[in-house]
Design a protein around this ligand. Sequence first.
Ligand code: VGL
Ligand code: ZN
Length: 236
Amino acid sequence: MKAALLVVDMQEDFCPPRGSLAVQEGRDIAPVINSLLAHSGFALRVMSQDYHPMNHISFADNHPAPNNRPFECVITMNNPAPEKKAETRLQRLWPVHCVEGTQGAEIIPEIETSKIDLYVKKGMHHEVEMYSAFADAFGNVDPAVTAQSVDADLKSFLISKGITDVFVVGLAGDYCVKYTAIDAARAGFISYVIEDATRCVIPGVGWEQAKQELHEAGVSIIRSDGPEISRMGGDS
Ligand code: VGL
Ligand code: ZN
């Protein structure tokens, strides 16, 4: 086996005390993520960043009141794939967050980034959501379709490096971490979420529901001090 660590969206806007979409205890997982980043058992370390233009479809402020309350309201979004334009999905609205080039989009300084092999910016297409680092909200993975949304082809990159197993951590457990781990499994990798290295937008119910979906998708939920991590070889 050859393992990659995927650190999802550890950005200022997802962290207390000032993040616009702060996840409870979001900043508190930095130490456990740093110990994982230092683990020599990982052959590869990838960091994703939610990275939206100001006019992004998921921002409540870009939609008319009264049906634009963040966290509660949804709007209709169209598939960006040329041959699937009629397909729609409901998109939840969020406070403005992780706007390209702003402080809120920065990786929090607590994260030790010196060993990162690849950064993936996602959610860059203003008309479509992209929670997962592998696919947009419609499941589009063809780089010809996702090129405006994401700046790397993560699946091809991992395959080119011989990666077999993917371990996902970061924010948020019930959104970007969940969808990234599910898509890793769909892409053919053995996929894990390390549950003490993630936190959720909705801590109790959100995580329970996410665990169920992860389980159904064949993703294993493990802990950072569990055997899957400790048995991983390393060169130091
Ligand atoms: C996320 C909501 C909106 C996440 C990103 O990183 O989990 N959640 N955009
Ligand atoms: Zn976002």
